[in-house]
Design a binder for this molecule. Structure first.
Ligand code: GAL
Length: 799
């Protein structure tokens, strides 16, 4: 049990995170909700926890004979790895004993879950207090009648995951945090605060705060603090309208929130009865203005801009679905460096931690809700819950997250089969109306793939934001047909590649398959429904009415191993701009060359270790922000290439298609606007693997038992060149105040378990995750491989 905040006076609220001392067991059990149940032999776990990520991978787990409609399949074939081939299916129990030393009878107690995978049933002291359905929803129950003062309380949670309930790896268990809130009867409601900034000028912003509170004769006092904690404004209000107080507070010289300058204020709201403080709630918010206008597009704080976004599934690769803030922060750091400024939480509610980081680090957010409405995509998907839960789930999504300035748009669905038919139009309208009722400040989109159908039925016309998934050939027609005056690329590209793998001949291809079950990193392979990055770049650059894009996907994720859905072993995606370990694929530099407008990008592909290809055509591509460059192989010029408009690829890549391979050095020299050389890069043919080199992304982490350092392990030759084809088996050992947490090499076909201290290199690299304990000190990671000089790195953890 971890006390995360104790606010105000003894009579104020106390929020306790239940993180430690959980007992867990998989399987059915009719007794496990009972107080006196003996769970001594159960596994001891901490929450967030994902019971399925430890594997082992097994083809039989998610084997299905299906035709995937979204992929235009007509004939059913055997599919494996669709949900990651990890053991997420089945029932399980979590139990926790907690005391509430500060709790006095007469107070109110809530238990809050930010997601539980899935169909949770919650029991306190042997009594059922409630249940939910969707694994991604935030929900809470009032447990005042069940908890005991001064005594031990027993919490038991039953979870159940059905097969064919997801199109990707959903994770399993209490994978997000669980909190108990004790507060007074006179208190602010759960998610009862709504901060908006309806008027902004240079000198003044109006901060509107609506607060729902319970209790008689209560009055509110609110202070607004700037990022340094200085009080910049305050307001007291005694008048409630029903349960709701409304305050309008002026903030002078407001600092606006944007991805470039993510400035955050906090509102501290205190609730009094007479002179007695009864409750206090702190809400972080941003002052910012969004608008979406016909033929103008999207503006943030009065400036038109286009979303440079990526879609992200919720899993964190080797950590599975268990939320970890350090892992999320690292993802955002990588995306920031790429110049990305927006994220779509496809296709469900994001974690609160991810939204907090988006607020702090500066990412705009498209918060999505569902991948299905009433019509199924997978047999046991959300369609089972839609009628009963959709409204409740949307209400909770909006209430729990609406104060995050990062959220600039909601999404009520992704490629829902309800795009077909009149019922679907009504559903789209109904869901959008619920969003509007709960939050009048943000628009709603749906990621639409059945574009023709949505043009014909009116489905697309009623959306605030018409979002197109792929279908670049229909953008013009959709723009002409839909009334909104702009189009969003709600999902784009779905180009596939495997880090460091290149295939010959170099040519465009749809769902190409190779015997090694990898896809080529020449970035020319995509799917029947999708396209190459440049097809979107052209639209983004040439059509002012296209308001941006969300690329599928920022990182590889577990499950959906297209184009190898029907091949084993293949258990994770190939769509990522970065691989499952978070290592950049070549495509990272293609996006970076256009999105990161502040820093230079000059990247050469492929690697230059092609023994056996001597004399054969081996094209070289360069991804760069510069317009032209000259290529040299062993000092011999291969000519100058300049970006030009012949094809989408020649417009954004520099390509030398006729290069003949000879071992040695590939060098590129880029030219500035004045034609003078400004930058150069080299790639060399590497010799034999010689030693291991370790590089930690953070050498100092916090001693909180959760923080992570990501150590990239590379194998190099005697001269220090990366050996780009090495696949050596490595082992990991740790000494000192830290632990080996997991490893990942980004190979979508690897069946090695992430948490075991051994793994093969993939394309010469892998990543080891080191975790702190709650003791400060040094931890040393040693990585060994047969015949290689070992590598070592020391990381400090501090309190
Ligand atoms: C889209 C879908 C995504 C993913 C993607 C793969 O149609 O919305 O969830 O399946 O295709 O290309």
């Amino acid at each position: 049990m971890l006390l995360i905040s104790q606010v105000g006076l003894a009579q104020g609220r106390v929020v306790t995170e239940l993180a430690e001392n959980w007992k867990f067991q998989k399987g059915k059990n009719d007794q496990a909700h009972q107080v006196n149940f003996n769970d001594k032999s159960w596994e001891k776990v901490t929450v967030p926890h994902d019971w399925a990520i430890y594997g082992p991978f097994d083809k039989e787990i998610d084997k299905q004979v299906v035709a995937i409609d979204q992929n235009n399949e007509k004939v059913a074939t055997e599919k494996t790895g669709r949900t990651g081939a990890l053991p997420y299916i089945g029932e399980a129990w979590y139990r926790n004993e907690f005391t509430l030393p500060h709790y006095k009878k007469g107070q109110k107690v809530l238990i809050v879950f930010e997601g539980a995978m899935s169909e949770p049933k919650v029991f306190v002291n042997g009594q059922k207090v409630g249940e939910w359905a969707y694994g991604y929803s935030y929900f809470y129950f009032d447990i005042t009648d069940q908890v005991q003062e001064g005594k031990k309380n027993t919490l038991a949670v039953h979870l159940s995951n059905q097969g064919q309930s997801s199109r990707w790896y959903p994770g399993a268990g209490l994978y997000r945090k669980v909190q108990v809130i004790v507060k007074n009867q006179e208190s602010i409601d759960q998610w009862g605060t709504f901060v908006t900034t309806p008027f902004i000028s240079k000198d003044l912003a109006k901060v509107n705060i609506k607060t729902k509170a319970s209790g008689n004769n209560v009055r509110l006092f609110t202070q607004i603090k700037d990022a340094q904690g200085n009080i910049v404004a305050s307001d007291s209000s005694g008048q409630a309208f029903g349960k709701e107080f409304e305050q309008n507070i002026a903030v002078a010289n407001p600092q606006l929130w944007s991805p470039e300058k993510p400035y955050l204020y906090t509102a501290v709201t205190r609730l009094y009865v007479g002179k007695t403080l009864k409750d206090e709630v702190t809400t972080r918010f941003g002052i910012r203005e969004i608008s979406y206008k016909p033929n103008v597009g999207f503006s943030l704080n009065g400036k038109v801009r286009k979303f440079k976004g990526v879609c992200l599934h919720h899993d964190l690769g080797p950590l599975g679905a268990a939320v970890n803030k350090a892992a999320l922060r690292r993802q955002l750091r990588i995306l920031k460096d790429m110049g990305c400024d927006a994220i779509r939480s496809s296709h469900n509610m994001p974690s609160i931690e991810q939204l907090e980081l988006a607020d702090e680090m500066g990412f705009m957010f498209l918060a999505e809700s569902f991948d299905e409405w009433a019509k199924p995509k997978v047999k046991n998907g959300y369609n089972r819950f839609f009628e009963e839960y959709a409204e409740k789930d949307i209400i909770n999504l909006v209430h729990a997250t609406r104060n995050h300035p990062s959220i600039v748009m909601w999404s009520s669905g992704n490629e829902v089969p309800d795009q077909w038919g009149a019922e679907g139009v009504k559903r789209a309208k109904r869901l959008q109306d619920i969003f509007h009722r709960e939050d009048p400040t943000r628009p709603v989109t749906v990621g639409m793939d059945q574009v023709k159908a949505t043009m014909a039925s009116g489905f697309g016309a009623i959306m605030d934001i018409p979002g197109l998934n792929y279908r670049t050939h229909l953008y013009e027609e959709a723009f002409a047909t839909f009334p909104q005056g702009f189009i969003l690329g709600s999902e784009t590209a779905s180009t596939v590649s495997s880090r460091g793998i290149y295939k010959f001949p170099v040519e465009k291809g749809i769902e190409k398959q190779y015997p090694d079950l990898q896809s080529s990193s020449y970035d020319l392979e995509y799917c029947s429904w999708s396209n190459l990055p440049e097809d979107d770049f052209v639209l983004q650059d040439d059509k002012p009415w296209v308001i941006g894009e969300f690329v599928w996907t920022g990182f590889d994720y577990l499950g959906e191993p297209t184009p190898y859905d029907d091949k084993w072993p293949s258990r994770s995606s190939y769509f990522g701009i970065n691989d499952l370990a978070g290592l950049p694929k070549d495509r990272f530099y293609l996006y970076r060359s256009r999105w990161n407008t502040k820093e230079e990008t000059l990247h050469i592909l492929p690697h230059w270790n092609w023994e056996g290809r001597e004399g054969q055509t081996t094209p070289v591509f360069v991804y760069t922000n510069y317009d032209s460059a000259e290529l040299f192989i062993n000092g011999k010029s291969q000519g100058i290439q300049k970006k030009h408009n012949a094809t989408p690829q020649t417009r954004y890549r520099l390509m030398w298609l006729d290069v003949k391979y000879e071992p040695g050095t590939v060098k590129v020299v880029a030219f500035g606007k004045d034609g003078k050389p400004v930058a150069e890069r080299e790639v060399k043919t590497a010799g034999k693997p010689y030693k291991l080199v370790l590089e930690a992304d953070r050498k100092e982490i916090s001693a909180d038992g959760k923080d992570l350092s990501y150590v990239t392990v590379s194998v190099v030759d005697k001269e220090g060149n990366l050996c780009p084809t090495a696949t050596n088996q490595l082992t990991f050992s740790v000494k000192g105040k830290g632990a080996y947490r997991a490893a990942s090499n980004g190979d979508p076909t690897s069946l090695e378990q992430f948490h075991l201290p051994t793994m093969k290199l993939f394309s010469g690299k892998l990543v080891v995750l080191m975790q702190s304990t709650d003791q400060a000190g040094a931890m040393e990671l040693t990585v060994k491989g047969k015949g290689l000089q070992p590598g070592q790195v020391t990381i400090q953890s501090r309190k």
